[in-house]
Structures are given as C-alpha cells and as structure tokens.
Ligand binder design. Sequence first.
Ligand code: ZN
Ligand code: ZN
Length: 479
Amino acid sequence: MNPLLLALLLPAAAVQQPQPQQPPSPAAPAATRPRATPAVVRVDPKVAALRDKALADATAYAIVEGLTTEIGPRPDGSPQQARAREWAVAKLKALGFRNVHIEPYVLENVWERGVETAEVVSPYPQPLRLTALGNSAATPPQGLTLPIAYFASFNDLALAPAGSLQGKIAFVSNQMQPTQDGSSYGSSGAARFVGANVAAKKGAAAIVIRSIGTDHGRGPHAGGTNFEPGVTPIPAAALSVADAENLERMVKLGAPVTFHLTLTPRNVGTRQSGNVVAEVPGSDPNAGVVLVGGHLDSWDLGTGAIDDASGVAITTAAAKLVMDAGRPRRTIRVVWFGDEETGGWGGQAYAKRHAGERHATAGESDFGADRVWRFETNLPQGARAIGDRLAAALAPLGIVRGTGAAGDGTDVGPMIRTGVAAIDLNQSGLRYFDWHHTPEDTLDRVDPEQLRQNVAAWTTMLTVVANASEEIGAVVPRP
Ligand code: ZN
Ligand code: ZN
C-alpha cells in the first residue's frame, strides 16, 4: 500500500460532498511530453549486447524458485522472514556481490493470523472461505453471529448514515477489473485499505469484503487494512471472490442473511527485522548510488512468488549481469526490503539510515513477473538525454516511453520524496490481481520468458544509468 494513496483515502472516506474543481495541472516538462518524432539515438552496441544476453538469464528464476521452495511464505516479523534474510545473504554472496549485509531495524505491532472461519447461518446455511485482513481485530473465540448489511461498493458504505451499522456485519462487494497499469487497485482497493475504518466509525461489529482481486476463484486475497488513531479496530476479512459472489446472490434473494464469523488474530508486539543490502561497487564514488530492489517479505497464504520474490530476483539478476560485464561508473545497490506488506517499514528504515547519502536514481520491481510494457523517468534537467537513450535501448523489448513522471513504489518512495530521481519500469497488471496475496501466489504463476524480459529491461536500465556520464543531481522533491 502506497502511503501517499492511504493519506489520500483516509480523509476521503469521511467526505461526502463533491470536491471543488481543481485548476488544470501545469504542462508536463518537455522531456515527458509525447514527441511527434522520437529523438534519433544510436544504441551503444555494448548495451544492446548485454540486453540481449539478459534474455537468456537463469539467475532470476533460480532466486524465485529458491525463495519459494527453501523458505516459502515470509510474513512480516515471522521466523520464516528471518530465515529468508539469512538465505538472501548467502545467495547474494554466492552471486559475487560486495558489501552484502543486513541492516536491522525493529518492527512494531507485529500482527499474526489466527483461526478464520465463516458460515451463513440463515437462510442458506453453508461455509464460506475468507481470510483476515492485516490489523484486523479478533472476534470472541466462539465468533459473532449477526445480520449482514450489504453495500455494493465502498462508496455506498461511505454514504451509510452514522450509527446505522450497529449490531451488523458490513459486507462490501465492489468488483475489481483488470487494468494494464494496475490503476483499478487504487479505486477498488479502498474497500480493503480503509473500509474497516469507515465501517468501525459507523458502528459495525465487523466487516467482510469481496477480495480485491480480478479472479473468480475460492482463494481469498489477503492484505492490510488501516484504522485511524482513535478508531477501535474491528474484525475485518476478505471473502474469496467466488464466495462473495455467492453471498451477494443470497442477499439479492431478499431475506435477511445472518452470518457467523470467527477470526482470532493477535498482536505479538515487536520483532527484529531488517533489509538485506548488496552492492556492485562503482568507479566514481561521487556519482551517486543507483538504488534498485524489491521486497523480501510476503503475505502468508501463498509463497510470495509474484509478490515479491520476482522483484528481488529481477533486480538482482540485472545487477549481476552489469557487474559481470565490468565495473560501472556508479555503485549499484540492490536492496531486498524487509517489510513492505504491513506498512513499508523496510523502505522507511532504509531512507532513515541512508539520509544525506548521494543517490542518483531509485526504482523498484513490485508488480509481479509479467512483462514490462512502459518506462517513465523524472530525471533532472541536464540528465534528460538518459531518457532518450533508455527509450532507444528498451524499444526492442516492446517497451514504450510513458508521458508521466516516474515515482512509483512503497520501498523507494521515501528516498524519491527526498528528491532522488526515479525510474519506473512498469509491468503489465492484467494478470497480477488474479493471484495477488492469495494461496495461488506460487512459483507456477511465474512465466519464465516474461521474467527474462524483465531482467533484460532492468539490465538495460542499469547499464545505461550506472554508466551515464551526465550528472544526476536531485530533482525537486514532490510535495
Ligand atoms: Zn509487493
Ligand atoms: Zn503485496
């Protein structure tokens, strides 16, 4: 969950008036506007050769296979996650990286899943499949038996009168559509990110939502939910899409539906965690670090193959290819961020520890393993020619230059907000939310050919950026 998005959603949840018209945004800088004629740029044959070599990469798949097989699920604050850090250190050393180490930090309020069961009691008794959302409160051990209050969408829940949910379990059933750029996660995801908070404020005893997913299977989609300070958390869970659709049909038959919900998660206090860091040392220590990575943690239902063993694997494999081709100008730092899923703690810890250290660019891979279709940058004035070289070198991989400003990512976000230039390599989101945070996020969801295309894209980006002769200073920080 992007903290910016959350900041946007929390107050929005309570606002019901239409918003005043915003003034049109200023024209995009020249380098990000679509060009009538693309700049003519010759691709460095060494860049092209390394890109094409990366299309045969075996390192990335081996990392995803290793993490999912030898470690498995890696929930935040868990013993498996600690084992994953040790595994990562050994793997990164074996691959030949330098300065491989763990940067520890303390994780607060670690949340652990418990029992999670649900049944329709009447009028159509049957069990349903669901999973508790991160930060969910527990029901009594024997569960809650209460009527359902149905809302077709998060907006409908937000419009429910104050106090109207007393003694009820809210059921929000908005449906998510797949989008290439993943934008539907932001709109549909509100039901998960802040639905429980909104339901709690209106007096609900608990909330169940349709999973934020684009499948129609029986595997529920896990994920965190967030309560504002001062709001007492309520039990919150996501039904599998198939079960939510079934429950919706029952509601539409007209008779009141009574639901029995048992969730017994608990907070287990603080745990030690950490980011795993590895470097390809550059020849010019003053040129700034090129920061790349993904996150090592995962939700617990699957084995975290697409989210996000693939991201650490892609960026690591690319950095290795550049390392093996000779010393780059800039140091490439690969970070396997410790805790993304429950609040972006790894990225925040990294930014705190490395504040003031010169970074040239930052970028993360955290959107699965399907092909990269677009790239965007927000390079400062004076370094924009790097974007032109990237466009030319990435085009043979089927990657287009976007017209927006880069800056995605929960883990590198805190660095980007200090003014570090961002480079985004956007993956297709058309399949991602079929399996995101579900029991189906396993190795077999990774298409080896698309994974290799990702490695080629990141290898191209890294070799162009790490060796660029332009100075990449700070850009103006985002507000
Ligand atoms: Zn992720
Ligand atoms: Zn995730």
